[in-house]
Design a protein around this ligand. Structure first.
Ligand SMILES: *Cc1c(COP(=O)(O)O)cnc(C)c1O
Length: 442
């Protein structure tokens, strides 16, 4: 559910008309609702209350400092995957002692930084990584807290690019190799065996795969607690969100409506998992990314041209795949609606960006109200894996990000000035310098 809805025919984010933000900050533009962030966090936190649980927000889904700050203030921990994400969390006022560090390719420098910062645990993905962490910890005269990521070999039945819990992908340690690996790890003097972790994939819309994976791994977690005194079991992230009928999910009673039934809500998630997890008596970590931020953001774009070619009608907008790559990368669906509610005539449109790639599209043959050049559109549920996956392709600057809270709005990332795109580049030392360094357009 989210806080984007039409009031008097104008799409609002909480108490503000989005069009006002679009006019003030220009487009393309990301707009986030703080209340939605807090609501999703609160619902999950409440559902997991019967457990000794810690939510570790997966920073990679949306790493804007204001978003991180929102979760830090709610007492969230963080799931990080790089030195950059760790430093972002610190910059946002998050507590490194509540950070878990995931990823298959941690470098020595990243491990050293994380040890100096005093993170809660490394989620380890290979034996070679365990050995490396032990060596770096020895050098720094520290004990490194570790958890092994177990691959439970459960098919999450989601998109192939976001399935991680089967033996066909690069993640984790095969289930049957986990116990022997803890045996070896226990002999490494600078490691502290602190937990066990799993993560089977992203955008799971049913509880069943989570349940199967927890059933599989829980006895292993119990055995490790008994043998090595581990204190936590992290069940990963992956809780899916609603992308279709995004407008419906903006209704205040959405969580309670029949539409919500059968979908993965915090309540259904917890009702199946809490009974399996509670008897373990372990601290339970969850690492949601998309669930906490996905519905909390929209991408606002302006229609530059309406173009008709043969049978097809295109809306060419000022946002592109470099701003939101999910449709191109994952065949993802985003609900698209005009900021001004338009009833009446509908037609089939492709909404496309200006980039010279046929992959640069947001939807194909979608029934949309009759809209025109100069009007604004909102792409819903763009808060997760949106701005963070942006690039400067076609030398397009990163769009601004706005955080809204009730009737306040603040620009929490300014639009990237053009010359910042090539800041850090220069002609090679043997190349002649341009006649005049900086030419101003006349
Ligand atoms: C990406 C990732 C997450 C978050 O996934 P979501 O689908 O956004 O909840 C959590 N844990 C790990 C290890 C990840 O790689």
């Amino acid at each position: 559910m989210h806080d984007f809805r039409y009031v008097d025919g104008h799409l609002h984010c909480e108490g503000l008309p989005v069009e006002r933000l679009a006019r003030k900050y220009g487009t393309p533009l990301y707009v986030y609702s703080q209340k939605t962030l807090e609501d999703h966090y609160g619902r999950l936190d409440a559902a997991l209350a019967p457990l000794d649980s810690v939510i570790c927000y997966a920073v990679k889904a949306n790493s804007n400092l204001a978003v991180l700050r929102t979760f830090a203030e709610l007492g969230s921990g963080f799931d990080i995957v790089s030195a950059g994400e760790l430093e972002r969390v610190v910059a946002a006022g998050g507590n490194p002692a509540r950070c878990v560090f995931a990823g298959v390719g941690k470098t020595e420098a990243e491990i050293a930084l994380a040890l100096r910062r005093g993170i809660y645990a490394f989620n380890v993905e290979s034996e070679a990584e365990l050995v490396r962490i032990d060596r770096v910890a020895a050098r720094l005269r520290k004990q490194a807290p570790v958890a092994v990521r177990v691959n439970p070999n459960i098919d999450a039945q989601t998109h192939a690019k976001i399935t991680t819990g089967t033996y066909e992908n690069k993640f984790g340690i095969a289930f049957e190799n986990v116990l022997p690996l803890y045996q070896r790890a226990a002999r490494l003097k600078h490691l502290r065996l602190r937990g066990i972790q799993m993560h089977i994939g992203s955008q799971l819309t049913e509880v069943k795969p989570f349940e199967s994976a927890v059933r599989r791994v829980a006895p292993l977690a119990a055995a490790l607690a008994e043998k090595y005194g581990i204190e936590f079991f992290s069940i990963g992230g992956g809780i899916g969100i609603v992308y279709e009928s995004a407008l419906a999910s903006g209704q205040p009673d959405w969580w309670a409506t029949p539409a919500a039934k059968g979908l993965l809500t915090p309540a259904t998630y917890a009702s199946k998992l809490v009974p399996l997890l509670r008897p373990l008596g372990l601290k339970i970590l969850v690492e949601p990314g998309r669930f906490l931020v996905g519905n909390a953001g929209i991408l606002v774009t302006r229609i530059e041209y309406v173009k008709q070619t043969g049978e097809k009608r295109f809306l060419i907008v000022d946002a592109a795949m470099n701003d939101l790559v999910r449709p191109a990368f994952y065949d993802a669906y985003h609900e698209i609606l005009p900021l001004r509610c338009r009833c009446g005539v509908q037609a089939l449109f492709d909404v496309v960006g200006p980039i010279c790639e046929s992959g640069d599209f947001f939807c194909r043959d979608r029934l949309l109200p009759a809209v025109d050049e100069g009007e604004y559109l909102a792409l819903f549920s763009a808060g997760a894996y949106g701005a963070v996956m942006g690039s400067n392709y076609n030398s397009r600057p990163f769009p601004p990000e706005i955080l809204v809270s009730e009737r306040r709005a603040d620009c929490v990332r300014r639009r990237q000035p053009l010359e910042r795109i090539w800041e850090g580049e220069r002609a090679a030392s043997w190349q002649a310098r341009p006649a005049s360094g900086r030419r101003r357009p006349r």
